[in-house]
Ligand binder design. Sequence first.
Ligand code: FE2
Length: 213
Amino acid sequence: MDSNWFSISQEKRTAIKYISENFYPAKYMNRWRDFKEISYKLSEIVKLYSSTQITEEIEHFEFFKQYFNEDTLDLPLPESYIKWFDSMLLAFRHGNIDEIASRFHMITEGILATVGLKILNETSMELPEFNFNIKKIIEDEARHINFGFQIIMNPNYAVNRIEELYPYAEDIIKDGMKYLEPIGYSWYDLRKLMLELKEARINKLKKKIMSAN
Ligand SMILES: [Fe+2]
């Protein structure tokens, strides 16, 4: 933990902790404990599914866990978030790769995590240790999202699923606004960013569709 952690404003600390919990949901780890094993199994079965990504996700968990050792992550996460990860776990169990990539790589990493990491990066300029690690996670996540594009077999399916599932992502960010508004973020701006990210993912998939024809 940065030595100046407790000297930054209460609003900022709470917001950083809340977003960090979205990356390391300490209180809910048991509920989603199956992710790890299923992910490793997938990496054995699916060509291109990399175990490096899974190892990096675990490293990210470890970073948040250790960083907040002295200021425990204990804010409740909203129902929208819990439902999203419950349904993602079902998708992982079912094993349809296009569904997993749409839910996990395109929306969870490609929209939700991208927005969260951008905010964490912008708000942690005075916290060198935290900021250094967030920048590393941003690089890892960019790689993971690209990896998601590679494993999608049916880009038409993915485009449709992103459109169908996107409203759930908006609900998750909207439910966090009470922590984000006090540090200067508006729902208007964050929604605009989310829509841009969604369009960017969809446009890339459409290029894949065009190049296949
Ligand atoms: Fe990731």
